[in-house]
Design a protein around this ligand. Structure first.
Ligand code: FES
Length: 128
């Protein structure tokens, strides 16, 4: 069986209300996963493209979060309406969407390095 050309993991983790880190389920992680599955199918992308629900991806403060492998591209604050351009631009076109990309220096920091959707380069400037 060939390797995945693109395997998307979408956090669907749910935490109790009021948890300090929040959770991607509250932001619609499951709906984003479902929309990705539908969009991949609608475009006739085969078994080498897959979207799965994941548990916590440790980018909770930037949720809903997803990661594309093997590319290793992380997106945060994703909305269902972003799904068509994620598939068109990133999955098919191989282009990163800067407004959705969680900068590398913000990954796995438990929110200590701030980032918000559309803040491309902001975290780098704050930590320079
Ligand atoms: S709850 Fe989604 S990344 Fe942690």
């Amino acid at each position: 069986m060939p390797a995945f050309t693109c395997h998307l993991f979408v956090c669907g983790n749910r935490r109790e209300p009021g948890h300090p880190r929040g959770c991607c389920a509250d932001g619609g992680g499951e709906a984003i996963r479902d929309a990705l599955k539908s969009e991949l199918k609608r475009r006739g992308l085969g078994a080498e493209y897959r979207a799965n629900q994941a548990g916590c991806l440790e980018q909770c403060e930037y949720g809903p979060a997803l990661v594309l492998y093997p590319q290793g591209i992380w997106y945060g604050n994703v909305k269902v309406e972003d799904v068509p351009r994620i598939v068109e631009e990133t999955v098919i076109g191989g282009r990163i969407l800067p407004d959705l990309q969680i900068p590398a220096e913000c990954l796995n920091t438990k929110g200590k390095v701030p980032w918000r959707r559309g803040d491309a380069g902001a975290a780098s400037a704050e930590n320079a």
